[in-house]
Ligand binder design. Sequence first.
Ligand SMILES: C[S@@+](CC[C@H](N)C(=O)[O-])C[C@H]1O[C@@H](n2cnc3c(N)ncnc32)[C@H](O)[C@@H]1O
Length: 211
Amino acid sequence: MRTMSFAIICLLPTFSWAQGKIKPEQIQEHPKLEVVLPDFSAEGLILDIGGGGEGVIGQLKGKQVVAVDLIKRELEDAPGEPLIKIVMDARELKFLDRTFATTTVFFTFMYISPADHEKVFQEIYRVLRPGGRLHIWDAVFPKTTEEGKLYILYPLHIKLPAGDISTGYGVRIAAGQGADHFVELATKTGFQTAARKDEKGWFYLELKKPV
Ligand SMILES: C[S@@+](CC[C@H](N)C(=O)[O-])C[C@H]1O[C@@H](n2cnc3c(N)ncnc32)[C@H](O)[C@@H]1O
């Protein structure tokens, strides 16, 4: 079993943090998320959206994964060996329609402005084949926030079949955002909900593009 050292990654916007625009007193710390990620079956190539950071899906599924991320540095620093890493915006995917049977979004929607979520859903729907699956893991934001807190930091313990990862994802708070928001968007886009798991501070959704 492999245990990775604790690292706070993906604390966005890092630039603002470095410039002192984000003050420590503006950050709320969430209790640690315990995320168990079992292997899952997937046909053909897997498009992983936001595959930088810890590159968790790349670590789990290796050469089946096409990892895309908005930030080059995030891809360069990501461990794991996906088939290929490509700098690409999920709001405007460069793939042809019906290219992939599976798409994964592992703790990436929390980094995308809620105003852009519908566009990203439409793009994923477009590049998925009929019958294709979209797997989403993401944070549940608290409905109310502590006074003066604009950002939230989620420490995570991720349990993969081959080992554990300890990391942290920090973002601006999108109060109340959770699985219901994504089920609503999924339905609006045309997906069917195949599975849903509500955990402490995070959720998992499996969505299906109808045949
Ligand atoms: C928490 S980080 C990494 C999560 C990652 N899936 C992992 O395994 O650690 C979220 C990533 O989403 C990326 N991201 C944010 N907006 C994006 C967009 N519009 N298109 C593609 N990637 C985006 C960020 O650059 C960042 O690397």
